[in-house]
Design a protein around this ligand. Structure first.
Ligand code: R5P
Length: 268
């Protein structure tokens, strides 16, 4: 950790990036534009059994206040951008949603904001990131920038993602969340701050998830910010525990998968 960093910033970062340099964030912020996403209709109930395995929970202030226990152990990463929806005109049309005093009141260990680079809202979302970094830096709160692509899934490739991640880092993000892709080392190699991997839609198999997370970490990511591939799985606890083993215990994808299978069998 940077020795020149202020104590508050270092303290918050230490809650979201563990002493081994790795992190496991559980993303449950989807409702901010998707509404009651499948398996996330009751986010409090979905989160509760998974909390022992994760380092931080990524949610909006609405879900946080409504259904999470203030005594929860994982750190809080607050989703602070929005203003779009699945049924609206353009998924990229986001702005900051959450005032600085509420971020502080909720004791967020970090905040997350989406930027849509290359979209009609590139400038608007990048300037929202800049403003958030300015304000959060004053209070020692790290910012996680999310390289969002909206419906433009073709952008989930190394050339675009390396550009987007680097821009987020240049704007002062402490961590950048992006997608795993072929040539991922180009993305991490060009980004001077830590990169975490988002999951995307649920994959066909658990092994696939464990494999791309493992590959991503080998290629320079420090961990994950994963949602649907955990809580949409038929055994969410098995996925959470096996990802924890992969991220923090250096399990191989095969070892993590065997752990998943044994938990799934016990839970049945
Ligand atoms: C979506 O924009 C949300 O910000 C999620 O936090 C992110 O996509 C990670 O969740 P998932 O693994 O379900 O893609």
């Amino acid at each position: 950790m940077n020795g020149n960093m202020d104590w508050g910033m270092a303290n918050r970062l230490s809650k979201t990036i563990r002493p081994d340099g790795r992190c496991f964030y559980l993303a449950m912020d989807h409702g901010y534009f998707q509404g009651p996403t499948h398996c996330l209709e009751q986010p409090g109930k979905a989160a509760e059994p998974l909390l022992p395995y994760i380092d931080a929970l990524f949610v909006t202030r609405g879900v946080l206040r409504a259904v999470t226990n203030p005594a929860m152990n994982p750190a809080l990463i607050l989703r602070v951008s929005g203003g779009n929806s699945m049924v609206g005109k353009d998924l990229a049309n986001e702005e900051a949603t959450t005032a600085m005093d509420d971020i502080i009141r909720l004791n967020a260990s970090a905040v997350g904001i989406s930027v849509y680079i290359g979209s009609d809202y590139e400038h608007q979302t990048l300037m929202a990131l800049a403003k958030l970094v300015n304000e959060c830096t004053a209070y020692g709160i790290p910012v996680m920038a999310v390289t969002a692509v909206g419906r433009e899934t073709g952008k989930m490739e190394a050339r675009y993602l390396s550009l987007a991640c680097r821009i987020c880092a240049e704007f002062g993000a402490s961590v950048v969340k992006t997608y795993y892709c072929e040539g991922f080392e180009k993305v991490t190699g060009g980004c001077p701050v830590p990169v975490v991997i988002a999951g995307g839609p649920k994959t066909d198999s658990e092994y696939e998830v464990l494999q791309f997370v493992y590959n991503g970490i080998q290629q320079g990511a420090i961990g994950v910010n994963l949602g649907r591939n955990i809580w949409q799985n038929e055994c969410p606890v098995g996925m959470a525990r096996s990802l924890q083993a992969l991220i923090h215990e250096n399990a191989t994808p095969q070892e993590a998968y065997e752990l998943f299978l044994s938990i799934k069998q016990d839970v049945k």
